[in-house]
Design a protein around this ligand. Structure first.
Ligand SMILES: CC(=O)N[C@H]1[C@@H](OP(=O)(O)OP(=O)(O)OC[C@H]2O[C@@H](n3ccc(=O)[nH]c3=O)[C@H](O)[C@@H]2O)O[C@H](CO)[C@@H](O)[C@@H]1O
Ligand SMILES: C=C(OP(=O)(O)O)C(=O)O
Length: 421
Protein backbone atom coordinates (compact mmCIF):
# COMPACT_ATOMS: atom_id res chain seq x y z
CA UNK A 1 0.00 0.00 0.00
CA UNK A 2 1.43 3.39 -1.00
CA UNK A 3 0.38 6.76 0.32
CA UNK A 4 1.06 10.40 -0.44
CA UNK A 5 0.94 13.66 1.44
CA UNK A 6 -0.44 16.60 -0.50
CA UNK A 7 0.15 20.18 0.61
CA UNK A 8 -2.79 21.81 -1.14
CA UNK A 9 -4.12 25.30 -1.67
CA UNK A 10 -1.97 26.28 -4.65
CA UNK A 11 -3.21 27.14 -8.15
CA UNK A 12 -1.77 24.90 -10.88
CA UNK A 13 0.04 26.76 -13.62
CA UNK A 14 2.12 25.75 -16.62
CA UNK A 15 2.25 23.28 -19.48
CA UNK A 16 2.00 19.50 -19.51
CA UNK A 17 2.27 16.78 -22.18
CA UNK A 18 -0.04 13.76 -22.12
CA UNK A 19 1.00 10.12 -22.38
CA UNK A 20 -0.35 7.52 -24.80
CA UNK A 21 -3.76 6.06 -24.02
CA UNK A 22 -3.95 3.15 -21.56
CA UNK A 23 -7.32 2.08 -22.92
CA UNK A 24 -6.11 2.11 -26.51
CA UNK A 25 -2.75 0.42 -25.79
CA UNK A 26 -4.22 -2.58 -23.92
CA UNK A 27 -6.57 -3.85 -26.67
CA UNK A 28 -3.88 -3.21 -29.29
CA UNK A 29 -1.48 -5.38 -27.27
CA UNK A 30 -4.08 -8.18 -27.20
CA UNK A 31 -4.65 -7.79 -30.96
CA UNK A 32 -0.90 -8.12 -31.59
CA UNK A 33 -1.36 -11.83 -30.74
CA UNK A 34 -3.08 -12.21 -34.13
CA UNK A 35 0.18 -11.57 -36.04
CA UNK A 36 1.44 -14.89 -37.38
CA UNK A 37 4.40 -13.16 -38.99
CA UNK A 38 6.40 -9.99 -38.47
CA UNK A 39 6.80 -8.01 -35.31
CA UNK A 40 4.40 -5.38 -33.96
CA UNK A 41 6.08 -2.16 -32.88
CA UNK A 42 3.68 -0.14 -30.78
CA UNK A 43 4.76 3.41 -30.03
CA UNK A 44 3.56 5.93 -27.41
CA UNK A 45 2.69 3.22 -24.88
CA UNK A 46 2.55 4.49 -21.29
CA UNK A 47 4.84 2.84 -18.72
CA UNK A 48 2.08 1.84 -16.27
CA UNK A 49 1.31 -1.32 -14.32
CA UNK A 50 -1.61 -2.33 -16.59
CA UNK A 51 0.79 -2.42 -19.55
CA UNK A 52 3.27 -4.43 -17.45
CA UNK A 53 0.54 -6.95 -16.54
CA UNK A 54 -0.62 -7.26 -20.16
CA UNK A 55 3.03 -7.71 -21.25
CA UNK A 56 3.43 -10.48 -18.68
CA UNK A 57 0.26 -12.17 -19.97
CA UNK A 58 1.53 -12.07 -23.57
CA UNK A 59 4.96 -13.36 -22.49
CA UNK A 60 3.31 -16.20 -20.60
CA UNK A 61 1.33 -17.11 -23.71
CA UNK A 62 4.57 -17.47 -25.68
CA UNK A 63 4.84 -14.07 -27.40
CA UNK A 64 8.11 -12.18 -26.98
CA UNK A 65 7.54 -8.71 -25.54
CA UNK A 66 10.14 -5.98 -25.11
CA UNK A 67 9.44 -2.51 -23.71
CA UNK A 68 11.79 0.45 -23.86
CA UNK A 69 11.27 4.22 -24.19
CA UNK A 70 7.50 3.83 -24.50
CA UNK A 71 7.85 1.47 -27.46
CA UNK A 72 6.54 -2.08 -27.16
CA UNK A 73 7.82 -4.76 -29.50
CA UNK A 74 5.64 -7.85 -29.67
CA UNK A 75 6.64 -10.95 -31.61
CA UNK A 76 3.72 -13.39 -31.59
CA UNK A 77 4.98 -15.56 -34.43
CA UNK A 78 5.46 -18.69 -32.29
CA UNK A 79 3.46 -21.64 -33.61
CA UNK A 80 3.06 -22.91 -30.06
CA UNK A 81 1.20 -20.14 -28.28
CA UNK A 82 -0.39 -21.21 -25.00
CA UNK A 83 -4.18 -20.76 -24.80
CA UNK A 84 -4.33 -20.51 -21.00
CA UNK A 85 -3.49 -17.05 -19.64
CA UNK A 86 -2.37 -17.42 -15.98
CA UNK A 87 -5.32 -16.80 -13.64
CA UNK A 88 -3.14 -14.76 -11.28
CA UNK A 89 -2.49 -12.16 -13.99
CA UNK A 90 -6.02 -12.26 -15.44
CA UNK A 91 -7.38 -11.44 -11.98
CA UNK A 92 -5.38 -8.22 -11.89
CA UNK A 93 -7.21 -6.29 -14.58
CA UNK A 94 -10.21 -6.17 -16.82
CA UNK A 95 -8.60 -5.72 -20.24
CA UNK A 96 -6.91 -9.15 -20.19
CA UNK A 97 -10.29 -10.56 -21.31
CA UNK A 98 -9.42 -9.19 -24.78
CA UNK A 99 -6.89 -11.98 -25.33
CA UNK A 100 -9.94 -14.26 -25.48
CA UNK A 101 -10.99 -13.10 -28.97
CA UNK A 102 -7.37 -13.13 -30.15
CA UNK A 103 -6.57 -16.67 -28.96
CA UNK A 104 -9.88 -18.07 -30.22
CA UNK A 105 -9.23 -16.59 -33.66
CA UNK A 106 -5.57 -17.56 -33.81
CA UNK A 107 -5.53 -20.93 -31.98
CA UNK A 108 -9.19 -22.07 -31.96
CA UNK A 109 -9.43 -22.25 -28.19
CA UNK A 110 -8.89 -20.41 -24.92
CA UNK A 111 -9.36 -21.11 -21.20
CA UNK A 112 -9.42 -17.98 -19.09
CA UNK A 113 -10.42 -16.97 -15.56
CA UNK A 114 -12.90 -14.15 -14.93
CA UNK A 115 -10.98 -10.86 -15.26
CA UNK A 116 -10.34 -8.39 -12.43
CA UNK A 117 -10.27 -4.58 -12.61
CA UNK A 118 -11.41 -1.48 -10.77
CA UNK A 119 -14.01 -1.65 -7.98
CA UNK A 120 -16.61 0.23 -10.02
CA UNK A 121 -19.34 -2.36 -10.55
CA UNK A 122 -19.99 -6.06 -11.12
CA UNK A 123 -18.68 -5.82 -14.71
CA UNK A 124 -20.07 -9.02 -16.25
CA UNK A 125 -18.67 -10.31 -19.58
CA UNK A 126 -21.94 -11.71 -20.99
CA UNK A 127 -21.79 -9.39 -24.03
CA UNK A 128 -18.24 -10.56 -24.86
CA UNK A 129 -19.36 -14.19 -24.68
CA UNK A 130 -22.53 -13.53 -26.70
CA UNK A 131 -20.46 -11.87 -29.44
CA UNK A 132 -17.95 -14.73 -29.59
CA UNK A 133 -20.79 -17.29 -29.69
CA UNK A 134 -22.23 -15.44 -32.73
CA UNK A 135 -18.88 -16.12 -34.40
CA UNK A 136 -19.22 -19.85 -33.77
CA UNK A 137 -17.43 -20.30 -30.42
CA UNK A 138 -18.71 -22.97 -28.02
CA UNK A 139 -18.41 -21.67 -24.48
CA UNK A 140 -18.62 -23.40 -21.12
CA UNK A 141 -17.87 -22.37 -17.55
CA UNK A 142 -16.07 -24.73 -15.19
CA UNK A 143 -15.06 -23.70 -11.62
CA UNK A 144 -14.70 -20.02 -12.59
CA UNK A 145 -12.73 -20.78 -15.75
CA UNK A 146 -14.29 -19.93 -19.12
CA UNK A 147 -13.50 -22.45 -21.86
CA UNK A 148 -14.14 -21.37 -25.44
CA UNK A 149 -13.35 -23.34 -28.56
CA UNK A 150 -14.25 -23.56 -32.20
CA UNK A 151 -14.01 -26.44 -34.65
CA UNK A 152 -11.76 -25.12 -37.45
CA UNK A 153 -12.05 -21.33 -37.80
CA UNK A 154 -14.47 -18.74 -36.44
CA UNK A 155 -17.21 -17.77 -38.90
CA UNK A 156 -18.52 -14.28 -39.64
CA UNK A 157 -21.81 -13.46 -37.93
CA UNK A 158 -24.29 -10.75 -36.95
CA UNK A 159 -23.64 -9.31 -33.48
CA UNK A 160 -26.22 -7.00 -31.96
CA UNK A 161 -24.89 -5.64 -28.67
CA UNK A 162 -27.54 -4.88 -26.01
CA UNK A 163 -25.27 -2.06 -24.81
CA UNK A 164 -22.38 -0.44 -26.73
CA UNK A 165 -19.77 -2.12 -24.54
CA UNK A 166 -16.23 -0.97 -25.35
CA UNK A 167 -14.62 -4.28 -24.41
CA UNK A 168 -17.21 -6.48 -26.15
CA UNK A 169 -16.88 -4.40 -29.36
CA UNK A 170 -13.09 -4.75 -29.18
CA UNK A 171 -13.15 -8.50 -28.47
CA UNK A 172 -15.60 -9.06 -31.33
CA UNK A 173 -13.55 -6.92 -33.74
CA UNK A 174 -10.32 -8.76 -32.86
CA UNK A 175 -11.94 -12.20 -33.24
CA UNK A 176 -13.86 -11.38 -36.44
CA UNK A 177 -10.72 -10.09 -38.18
CA UNK A 178 -9.52 -13.67 -38.74
CA UNK A 179 -12.98 -15.29 -39.13
CA UNK A 180 -14.17 -16.83 -42.38
CA UNK A 181 -16.66 -14.44 -43.99
CA UNK A 182 -18.30 -11.17 -42.97
CA UNK A 183 -19.29 -9.88 -39.54
CA UNK A 184 -21.52 -6.96 -38.59
CA UNK A 185 -21.46 -5.43 -35.11
CA UNK A 186 -24.59 -3.35 -34.47
CA UNK A 187 -24.83 -0.93 -31.53
CA UNK A 188 -21.03 -0.97 -31.42
CA UNK A 189 -19.07 1.27 -29.04
CA UNK A 190 -17.88 4.46 -30.79
CA UNK A 191 -15.03 5.35 -28.41
CA UNK A 192 -11.76 6.71 -29.92
CA UNK A 193 -9.95 3.69 -28.44
CA UNK A 194 -12.15 1.37 -30.57
CA UNK A 195 -11.17 3.38 -33.64
CA UNK A 196 -7.47 3.18 -32.72
CA UNK A 197 -7.75 -0.61 -32.41
CA UNK A 198 -9.49 -0.82 -35.81
CA UNK A 199 -6.72 1.31 -37.36
CA UNK A 200 -4.08 -1.03 -35.90
CA UNK A 201 -5.92 -4.15 -37.13
CA UNK A 202 -6.39 -2.65 -40.60
CA UNK A 203 -2.68 -1.90 -40.77
CA UNK A 204 -2.03 -5.54 -39.86
CA UNK A 205 -4.08 -6.54 -42.92
CA UNK A 206 -7.63 -6.70 -41.50
CA UNK A 207 -10.66 -5.33 -43.37
CA UNK A 208 -12.72 -3.28 -40.90
CA UNK A 209 -15.08 -0.48 -41.87
CA UNK A 210 -17.25 1.81 -39.77
CA UNK A 211 -15.24 1.91 -36.53
CA UNK A 212 -16.34 5.05 -34.66
CA UNK A 213 -19.96 4.52 -35.77
CA UNK A 214 -22.61 2.22 -34.33
CA UNK A 215 -22.25 -0.29 -37.19
CA UNK A 216 -18.89 -1.94 -37.76
CA UNK A 217 -18.39 -4.27 -40.74
CA UNK A 218 -15.54 -6.74 -40.78
CA UNK A 219 -14.55 -9.00 -43.67
CA UNK A 220 -12.41 -11.78 -42.26
CA UNK A 221 -8.93 -12.26 -43.75
CA UNK A 222 -6.66 -15.30 -43.69
CA UNK A 223 -3.57 -13.85 -42.12
CA UNK A 224 -2.40 -10.80 -40.20
CA UNK A 225 1.14 -9.51 -39.72
CA UNK A 226 2.91 -7.31 -37.18
CA UNK A 227 3.15 -3.58 -38.02
CA UNK A 228 4.21 -0.21 -36.56
CA UNK A 229 1.48 1.78 -34.82
CA UNK A 230 1.43 4.89 -32.65
CA UNK A 231 -1.16 4.84 -29.87
CA UNK A 232 -3.53 7.85 -29.57
CA UNK A 233 -3.12 10.33 -26.67
CA UNK A 234 -4.78 9.49 -23.35
CA UNK A 235 -7.95 11.58 -23.15
CA UNK A 236 -8.50 10.63 -19.49
CA UNK A 237 -5.02 11.76 -18.46
CA UNK A 238 -5.62 15.01 -20.39
CA UNK A 239 -8.95 15.44 -18.56
CA UNK A 240 -7.14 14.92 -15.25
CA UNK A 241 -4.87 17.97 -15.79
CA UNK A 242 -7.71 20.11 -17.15
CA UNK A 243 -9.86 19.29 -14.13
CA UNK A 244 -6.99 19.77 -11.65
CA UNK A 245 -6.45 23.23 -13.18
CA UNK A 246 -10.20 23.96 -12.98
CA UNK A 247 -10.50 22.91 -9.32
CA UNK A 248 -7.46 24.96 -8.23
CA UNK A 249 -8.52 28.02 -10.31
CA UNK A 250 -5.32 27.64 -12.28
CA UNK A 251 -4.18 28.09 -15.86
CA UNK A 252 -2.71 25.10 -17.68
CA UNK A 253 -1.87 24.20 -21.29
CA UNK A 254 -2.29 20.51 -22.04
CA UNK A 255 -0.24 19.40 -25.07
CA UNK A 256 -0.29 16.35 -27.31
CA UNK A 257 -4.05 15.80 -27.23
CA UNK A 258 -6.76 15.28 -29.83
CA UNK A 259 -9.24 17.99 -28.72
CA UNK A 260 -12.14 16.26 -30.54
CA UNK A 261 -11.78 13.33 -28.10
CA UNK A 262 -12.37 15.78 -25.23
CA UNK A 263 -15.39 17.61 -26.68
CA UNK A 264 -18.00 16.54 -24.10
CA UNK A 265 -15.71 17.66 -21.25
CA UNK A 266 -14.66 20.92 -22.95
CA UNK A 267 -18.33 21.76 -23.64
CA UNK A 268 -19.15 21.25 -19.94
CA UNK A 269 -16.23 23.39 -18.80
CA UNK A 270 -17.32 26.18 -21.16
CA UNK A 271 -20.89 25.85 -19.88
CA UNK A 272 -19.51 26.40 -16.36
CA UNK A 273 -17.97 29.68 -17.51
CA UNK A 274 -14.38 28.44 -17.66
CA UNK A 275 -12.21 29.77 -20.50
CA UNK A 276 -11.03 27.02 -22.86
CA UNK A 277 -8.85 27.60 -25.93
CA UNK A 278 -8.11 24.88 -28.48
CA UNK A 279 -5.08 25.24 -30.67
CA UNK A 280 -4.01 22.32 -32.86
CA UNK A 281 -3.01 19.53 -30.50
CA UNK A 282 -3.26 21.59 -27.30
CA UNK A 283 -6.03 22.77 -25.03
CA UNK A 284 -5.50 25.66 -22.61
CA UNK A 285 -7.74 26.11 -19.61
CA UNK A 286 -7.94 29.36 -17.66
CA UNK A 287 -10.08 28.91 -14.54
CA UNK A 288 -8.81 31.98 -12.70
CA UNK A 289 -12.31 33.53 -12.60
CA UNK A 290 -15.15 32.13 -10.45
CA UNK A 291 -17.31 29.58 -12.32
CA UNK A 292 -20.72 28.03 -11.89
CA UNK A 293 -22.20 24.60 -11.18
CA UNK A 294 -23.46 22.26 -13.91
CA UNK A 295 -25.28 18.94 -14.38
CA UNK A 296 -23.57 15.86 -15.75
CA UNK A 297 -24.83 12.53 -17.03
CA UNK A 298 -22.26 9.96 -18.06
CA UNK A 299 -22.89 8.11 -21.33
CA UNK A 300 -21.02 6.13 -23.97
CA UNK A 301 -18.91 8.25 -26.38
CA UNK A 302 -19.50 10.97 -27.49
CA UNK A 303 -21.34 11.50 -24.18
CA UNK A 304 -19.67 12.59 -20.94
CA UNK A 305 -17.02 9.94 -20.19
CA UNK A 306 -17.58 7.86 -17.05
CA UNK A 307 -13.79 7.77 -16.48
CA UNK A 308 -13.83 11.56 -15.88
CA UNK A 309 -16.91 11.54 -13.65
CA UNK A 310 -14.95 11.32 -10.38
CA UNK A 311 -12.31 13.73 -11.72
CA UNK A 312 -14.74 16.63 -12.20
CA UNK A 313 -16.13 16.45 -8.65
CA UNK A 314 -13.46 18.72 -7.04
CA UNK A 315 -14.23 21.45 -9.61
CA UNK A 316 -17.96 21.15 -8.84
CA UNK A 317 -17.16 21.54 -5.12
CA UNK A 318 -15.56 24.94 -5.74
CA UNK A 319 -18.20 26.07 -8.28
CA UNK A 320 -21.04 28.46 -7.40
CA UNK A 321 -24.28 26.55 -6.92
CA UNK A 322 -25.62 23.00 -6.94
CA UNK A 323 -24.58 20.37 -9.50
CA UNK A 324 -26.15 17.00 -10.21
CA UNK A 325 -24.13 14.03 -11.45
CA UNK A 326 -25.90 10.98 -12.87
CA UNK A 327 -23.74 7.89 -13.49
CA UNK A 328 -25.42 5.79 -16.16
CA UNK A 329 -22.62 3.52 -17.39
CA UNK A 330 -21.50 1.70 -14.21
CA UNK A 331 -23.81 0.87 -11.30
CA UNK A 332 -21.22 1.48 -8.57
CA UNK A 333 -18.97 4.32 -9.66
CA UNK A 334 -19.46 6.59 -6.67
CA UNK A 335 -17.15 4.76 -4.22
CA UNK A 336 -14.99 7.90 -3.94
CA UNK A 337 -17.81 10.01 -2.51
CA UNK A 338 -17.54 8.46 0.95
CA UNK A 339 -13.90 9.60 0.98
CA UNK A 340 -14.70 13.07 -0.40
CA UNK A 341 -17.23 13.60 2.39
CA UNK A 342 -14.42 13.19 4.97
CA UNK A 343 -13.07 16.57 3.83
CA UNK A 344 -16.42 18.25 4.49
CA UNK A 345 -17.54 17.98 0.86
CA UNK A 346 -21.31 18.44 0.62
CA UNK A 347 -22.38 15.54 -1.59
CA UNK A 348 -25.66 13.61 -1.19
CA UNK A 349 -25.80 10.25 -2.86
CA UNK A 350 -29.09 8.81 -4.04
CA UNK A 351 -28.71 5.64 -6.13
CA UNK A 352 -26.90 6.56 -9.33
CA UNK A 353 -27.30 10.31 -8.68
CA UNK A 354 -25.10 12.63 -6.64
CA UNK A 355 -26.14 16.15 -5.61
CA UNK A 356 -23.08 18.36 -5.14
CA UNK A 357 -23.17 21.67 -3.24
CA UNK A 358 -20.43 24.03 -4.33
CA UNK A 359 -18.71 26.68 -2.23
CA UNK A 360 -18.62 24.98 1.20
CA UNK A 361 -15.34 24.90 3.17
CA UNK A 362 -13.12 21.83 2.70
CA UNK A 363 -10.60 20.66 5.28
CA UNK A 364 -7.47 18.54 4.99
CA UNK A 365 -7.94 14.91 6.04
CA UNK A 366 -6.89 11.28 5.39
CA UNK A 367 -8.61 9.56 2.46
CA UNK A 368 -8.40 6.13 0.86
CA UNK A 369 -8.45 5.39 -2.88
CA UNK A 370 -10.22 2.33 -4.30
CA UNK A 371 -9.62 2.61 -8.04
CA UNK A 372 -7.48 4.45 -10.57
CA UNK A 373 -9.77 7.40 -11.34
CA UNK A 374 -11.08 7.94 -7.82
CA UNK A 375 -7.44 7.93 -6.65
CA UNK A 376 -6.64 10.71 -9.13
CA UNK A 377 -9.83 12.55 -8.11
CA UNK A 378 -8.77 12.46 -4.45
CA UNK A 379 -5.40 13.90 -5.44
CA UNK A 380 -7.18 16.79 -7.20
CA UNK A 381 -9.39 17.31 -4.14
CA UNK A 382 -6.31 17.43 -1.90
CA UNK A 383 -4.71 20.00 -4.23
CA UNK A 384 -7.71 22.27 -3.62
CA UNK A 385 -7.61 22.07 0.19
CA UNK A 386 -5.34 24.30 2.28
CA UNK A 387 -3.11 22.18 4.54
CA UNK A 388 -1.79 18.62 4.41
CA UNK A 389 -4.02 15.75 3.23
CA UNK A 390 -2.99 12.11 3.24
CA UNK A 391 -4.18 9.72 0.52
CA UNK A 392 -3.78 5.98 0.96
CA UNK A 393 -4.03 3.39 -1.83
CA UNK A 394 -2.36 5.56 -4.45
CA UNK A 395 -0.81 2.46 -6.06
CA UNK A 396 -4.05 2.38 -8.09
CA UNK A 397 -2.75 5.49 -9.86
CA UNK A 398 0.16 3.52 -11.31
CA UNK A 399 -2.37 1.37 -13.21
CA UNK A 400 -3.15 4.27 -15.50
CA UNK A 401 -0.75 7.19 -15.05
CA UNK A 402 2.96 7.04 -15.92
CA UNK A 403 4.07 10.08 -13.94
CA UNK A 404 1.06 11.84 -12.44
CA UNK A 405 2.83 13.20 -9.36
CA UNK A 406 5.88 14.43 -11.32
CA UNK A 407 3.69 16.19 -13.89
CA UNK A 408 1.51 17.79 -11.20
CA UNK A 409 4.66 18.89 -9.35
CA UNK A 410 5.85 20.59 -12.58
CA UNK A 411 2.56 22.52 -12.52
CA UNK A 412 3.26 23.68 -8.96
CA UNK A 413 1.69 20.93 -6.83
CA UNK A 414 3.42 19.88 -3.62
CA UNK A 415 3.16 16.11 -3.28
CA UNK A 416 5.28 13.84 -1.10
CA UNK A 417 5.22 10.12 -1.86
CA UNK A 418 5.55 7.62 0.99
CA UNK A 419 5.92 3.98 0.01
CA UNK A 420 4.99 1.52 2.74
CA UNK A 421 6.00 -2.13 2.73
C1 LIG B 1 -9.55 -1.02 -20.44
C2 LIG B 1 -10.68 -0.15 -20.85
O1 LIG B 1 -10.77 0.25 -22.01
N1 LIG B 1 -11.52 0.21 -19.91
C3 LIG B 1 -12.62 1.12 -20.24
C4 LIG B 1 -13.75 0.32 -20.86
O2 LIG B 1 -14.11 -0.69 -19.92
P1 LIG B 1 -15.08 -1.88 -20.38
O3 LIG B 1 -14.74 -2.27 -21.76
O4 LIG B 1 -15.02 -2.90 -19.32
O5 LIG B 1 -16.47 -1.13 -20.33
P2 LIG B 1 -17.81 -1.52 -21.07
O6 LIG B 1 -18.13 -0.49 -22.08
O7 LIG B 1 -17.73 -2.93 -21.52
O8 LIG B 1 -18.85 -1.45 -19.86
C5 LIG B 1 -19.92 -0.54 -19.85
C6 LIG B 1 -21.11 -1.16 -19.12
O9 LIG B 1 -21.53 -2.34 -19.76
C7 LIG B 1 -21.61 -3.40 -18.83
N2 LIG B 1 -21.25 -4.66 -19.50
C8 LIG B 1 -20.09 -4.73 -20.22
C9 LIG B 1 -19.73 -5.91 -20.83
C10 LIG B 1 -20.57 -7.03 -20.72
O10 LIG B 1 -20.29 -8.13 -21.23
N3 LIG B 1 -21.72 -6.91 -19.99
C11 LIG B 1 -22.09 -5.75 -19.38
O11 LIG B 1 -23.14 -5.68 -18.74
C12 LIG B 1 -20.60 -3.03 -17.75
O12 LIG B 1 -20.85 -3.70 -16.54
C13 LIG B 1 -20.79 -1.52 -17.67
O13 LIG B 1 -21.89 -1.24 -16.84
O14 LIG B 1 -14.84 1.21 -21.14
C14 LIG B 1 -15.39 1.82 -19.97
C15 LIG B 1 -16.59 2.66 -20.44
O15 LIG B 1 -16.17 3.72 -21.22
C16 LIG B 1 -14.34 2.65 -19.25
O16 LIG B 1 -14.86 3.11 -18.04
C17 LIG B 1 -13.09 1.82 -18.96
O17 LIG B 1 -12.04 2.67 -18.54
C1 LIG C 1 -12.07 1.76 -15.29
C2 LIG C 1 -10.88 1.91 -15.87
O1 LIG C 1 -10.08 0.92 -16.30
P1 LIG C 1 -10.39 -0.66 -16.38
O2 LIG C 1 -11.53 -0.83 -17.36
O3 LIG C 1 -9.13 -1.23 -16.93
O4 LIG C 1 -10.73 -1.14 -15.00
C3 LIG C 1 -10.32 3.27 -16.10
O5 LIG C 1 -9.31 3.37 -16.82
O6 LIG C 1 -10.88 4.26 -15.58
Amino acid sequence: MSKILVHGGKKLNGEVEVQGSKNAALPIMAAALLAEGGVSEIDNVPDITDVQVMSAVLNNLGARVLFADNVLTIDASSTELSTEPPAKLVGQMRAVILVMGALLARCGEVSIAMPGGCAIGSRPIDLHLKALKELGAEISLDYGIIHARVEGKLKGGFINLDFPSVGATENAMIAASLAVGDTVIENAAKEPEVVDLANFLNRMGADIKGAGTERIEISGVERLAGVYHEVIPDRVEAATYLLAAAATHGKVKVDGVIPKHLQSLLAKLREMGIAIAENGNSVTIDASQPFKATDIKTAPYPGFHTDTQALILPALLVADGTSIIVESVFENRFVHIEEFVRSGAQVQLNGNMAVVEGGFPLTATTMNAEDVRSAAALVILALVIDGESEIDGVEHIERGYENLFGKLADLGAEIEAIVEF
